[in-house]
Design a protein around this ligand. Structure first.
Ligand code: SF4
Length: 398
């Protein structure tokens, strides 16, 4: 039995123009109160979630793989994300990690990631994070072009991002960086320049996300007012293909729609999500998936703290998936990855006949070069299939 742990920090220095995540600037007082609440939830939930998973697996007579002793530590990944976790000091983040460790469930070989923004870290802080037990840094760089960072409303410039990345590269064995394509005003040349600058830093992992212009964000308003021109679908696809080619040429394997890694450096935590495996989310708005039930915590940080202080339930909503929904979701998530999905295994788990019921769909996907199909495993092709992921996944909604 293995479990991923996600820890959410809902605070940032300022709100970026494109952001619709659960994050906001907040006074120090709320940030400190929240830290205490977060640690309390970790103390309450990590051990109990693990025990519940083991009990449930035993009731279902599932093989508890790699867990010969139920008490063995099997939180195999911790991902401290946000927001901007590094808005906290390294000492405060160490308290969070210590709470996980105190549960006795943290695997000594766990991948322990902290997301960071460039203007909240320097070499001393990164050193302290490393000493506290974080062994992977995920740095939000987004672009190396200042005009693009300004359009995104980022609180840092490219020089700050480069300095933070260089320090992180020196201190951490495992460095990931986030970049964005499809920024209004971005050109093929400026995207190539960002890719080249990022590759020169030699990160182990690169997440290249397509910009989503979400309703309710300042960026959406700017586009609606005609002050910014969004890219059309073809340009968007060209930028994506540019990233695929450039990163492949630099030795990065594409293992998911938006993620590229050097050999052996795939993000183990995110693989848990894409494989539809179990995880516990601590913090405001964090999602969990345990024993077939998805749940989401109260999103508002203040209300989350109040509920914990009052000893009330912090789950805002939950849903137990029936087998067809579980199958559709497993397919949708798995098709994001280069591993693809094992339709035979899913059929066996759910008492379905997916190969038969979707034989025509599979044949068309293969004929059009959108997917490959081999002994029950359906995989989207990076060249053609990944860009069509949503459309393909919809065909498996039952
Ligand atoms: S740093 Fe990230 S989470 Fe924070 S406002 Fe910007 S995009 Fe949102």
């Amino acid at each position: 039995m293995q479990l991923g742990l996600y820890v959410h920090c809902p605070f940032c220095i300022s709100k970026c123009n494109y952001c619709d995540f659960n994050s906001q600037p907040a006074p120090t007082e709320l940030r400190e109160r929240y830290l205490g609440a977060l640690i309390e939830q970790i103390q309450r939930r990590v051990s109990s979630s693990f025990a519940a998973c083991v009990a449930q697996a035993s009731r279902r007579a599932e093989p508890v793989e790699a867990s010969p002793t139920p008490d063995a530590p099997h939180v195999t990944t911790v991902f401290c994300g946000g927001g901007t976790p590094t808005i906290y000091t390294a000492q405060q983040l160490a308290l969070v990690l210590n709470a996980v460790r105190a549960s006795g469930k943290l695997d000594p070989g766990a991948e322990v990631t902290c997301e960071a923004n460039p203007d909240t870290v320097d070499a001393d802080k990164l050193d302290a994070l490393r000493a506290a037990g974080f062994n992977r840094i995920s740095l939000g760089m987004q672009s190396l072009v200042d005009a693009e960072l300004q359009i995104l409303g980022r609180s840092h410039d490219s020089d700050t991002a480069l300095a933070a990345a260089a320090a992180a590269r020196d201190i951490f064995d495992n460095l990931s960086v986030d970049i964005i394509y499809g920024i209004p005003g971005q050109t093929a040349d400026s995207w190539v320049a960002t890719l080249a600058g990022i590759i020169a830093l030699q990160p182990d992992h690169i997440s290249a996300y397509g910009l989503m212009i979400e309703e309710g964000t300042p960026l959406f308003e700017m586009v609606a007012a005609g002050r910014l021109q969004p890219h059309d679908d073809d340009t968007y696809a060209d930028l994506y293909e540019q990233a695929q080619g450039t990163l492949a040429g630099a030795g990065y394997e594409q293992y998911e729609i938006s993620n590229f890694a050097r050999p052996g450096r795939r993000c183990r935590h995110n693989l848990i999500y894409w494989r539809n495996q179990q995880y516990l989310g601590c913090g405001a708005g964090a999602a969990s998936y345990l024993n077939g039930t998805r749940s989401v915590n109260i999103a508002d940080p203040q209300e989350y703290c109040d509920a914990l202080a009052a000893g009330e339930d912090i789950i805002a909503s939950d849903e137990t998936l029936d087998k067809p929904h579980w199958a559709a979701e497993t397919i949708m998530l798995g098709l994001r990855t280069i591993e693809g999905v094992d339709l035979r295994q899913i059929s066996q788990d759910c008492g379905m006949e997916l190969e038969t019921s979707h034989a025509d769909t599979i044949a068309v996907l293969v004929a059009e070069g959108i997917a490959t199909y081999d002994r029950g495993v359906l995989r989207l092709t990076p060249e053609k299939g990944f860009l069509l992921h949503s459309e393909v996944a919809r065909r498996f909604f039952l």
